[in-house]
Design a protein around this ligand. Structure first.
Ligand code: 5AD
Ligand code: SF4
Length: 436
């Protein structure tokens, strides 16, 4: 039988969809197919910003006709949005043809829900208020070779005032280090060449004592298994970034010299309202500390514009932070009020026009940084782990350790191999050149 999974949101969800594919495989859905040929379609949703939700609503709505034509088609909606308070009812009301609704807290139950749906005509809705069984035992169907995603924590305790994640993903829980290390060892034996450790805040790994070691120790152990492979990790929270971690990044050749460190804003008053628990000065000091160990270490970030009450001057602090921190690239977002969060109830919401104007200026500044850094690669050789072949461009592609995307020709299939790219030109974060 065939399946389609549509994923919204972050890497966390991308990996969760690999686990959903694992559950589907167990239930006899072996082949991934286009929507029209699928026997089951699963939406793995995200609710972190309103546009991700709107996107999912649009795509689910578009299936009405297909469902009418294909009575046996099962449509399931899971993920953060389904977990959000009141959303399951809204989904069912808007789209009565949905067969299964499940949340982030009961992913493990999904297989059983499919069985239940197959056995009866009525829709099956199952949500838990708190995280149930963790999904560690689910064998994912991985789709990102040569990279493999590995969860190290689930959930988040930080309650940044704008963010819905702690509400839909629950309190932070650390996986046991021995389970993580076993998974990584198996992945390396299977031939994966890049391991990316995943958590909302990897630096607070083991804060519940369940991990058995600190994050720098875990990273060191993950990187120390012998053979050639890379290790990445995301996301780090500036309030917990440590010198010990910078030391491991420097000492372990195969831990990529790249740090994703969301700043969110460059202004102290806004940072405080966001409940981020660091200042601009502390943030910049951390980057300086890291670059003391690893000169010019690329740092990427997340930035939000239009947080309630943000003034023009405060926004300009974010612009100047982009220059001062020399971000290698950045994800930029317009603040989106999320029901139930502290910020959504704040006075002084910023108008769409102002936010739009600010994000355009921010994107321009980020692009300037991106171009400047990419230009430094021209004429140099950089090591790329080949990930894929771009049919349209007719070129192979992969990333260097700092996350720049390299494109090149090759007569031989080099996917999964480390190759050296002599860069001839750069465009945005993309580098084009020849293998040497
Ligand atoms: N509005 C805009 N951006 C948000 N993010 C999280 N919540 C919101 C929100 N309500 C951004 C943050 C975070 C990234 C994953 O998404 O920048 O780091
Ligand atoms: Fe959301 Fe803050 Fe947790 Fe990141 S650290 S998931 S922004 S609450």
């Amino acid at each position: 039988m065939n399946y389609s999974i549509i994923t919204y949101g972050c890497q966390m969800n991308v990996h969760e969809s690999e686990k959903i594919a694992g559950i589907l495989k167990e239930k006899g859905y072996e082949r991934e197919s286009p929507l029209e040929e699928a026997d089951i379609i699963v939406f793995n949703t995200c609710c972190i910003r309103e546009n991700a939700e709107n996107h999912a609503f649009g795509n689910i709505g578009a299936l009405k006709k297909l469902k009418r034509e294909k009575k046996n088609l099962i449509i399931a909606v899971g993920g953060c949005m389904a977990q959000e308070e009141g959303k399951a009812e809204l989904l069912r009301k808007k789209f009565p043809f949905i067969d299964i609704v499940f949340g982030t807290h009961n992913l493990c139950e999904f297989g059983e829900l499919i069985e239940r749906k197959r056995a009866r005509r009525k829709a099956v809705v199952s949500l838990l208020p708190e995280r149930g069984e963790t999904e560690d035992h689910i064998e994912p169907v991985r789709r990102s070779y040569p990279n493999a995603w590995v969860n190290i924590t689930y959930g988040c305790n930080n309650f940044c005032s704008y963010c819905i994640v702690p509400y839909v993903r629950g309190r932070e829980r650390s996986r046991r280090a021995e389970d993580i290390l076993r998974e990584v060892r198996t992945l390396l034996e299977e031939g994966y060449k890049e391991i990316t450790l995943l958590g909302q805040n990897v630096n607070s790994y083991n804060s519940d004592g369940q991990g058995g070691m600190s994050f720098p120790e875990l990273l060191d152990a993950v990187a120390g298994m012998g053979g050639k492979y890379r290790v990445r990790f995301m996301t780090s929270h500036p309030k917990d970034f440590s010198e010990e971690l910078a030391r491991v990044m420097k000492a372990r050749e195969n831990v990529c010299n790249l740090l994703h460190l969301p700043a969110q804003s460059g202004n102290d008053r806004i940072l405080s309202l966001m409940n981020r628990r660091y200042t601009r000065e502390k943030y910049l000091a951390e980057i300086a500390m890291l670059r003391g160990y690893i000169p010019d270490c690329p740092v990427t970030t997340d930035l939000i514009v239009g947080f309630p009450t943000e003034t023009e001057e405060e926004f300009e602090d974010t612009l100047s932070l982009v220059r001062e921190a020399k971000f290698a690239s950045a994800f930029t977002f317009v603040y989106s009020p999320r029901t139930g969060t502290k910020a959504a109830a704040m006075e002084g919401q910023i108008s769409e026009d102002v936010s739009k104007e600010r994000i355009m200026r921010l994107v321009e500044q980020v692009n300037e940084n991106t171009r400047a850094l990419s230009a430094t690669f021209v004429g140099k050789t950089t090591e790329i782990l080949c990930e894929d072949f771009d049919e349209k461009k007719g070129l192979y592609l992969g990333r260097n350790e700092g996350g720049r995307m390299g494109y090149f020709e090759s007569e031989r299939n080099v996917i999964g191999e480390f190759v050296n790219l002599k860069v001839e030109r750069a465009n945005g974060i993309s580098l084009y050149g020849k293998l040497v």
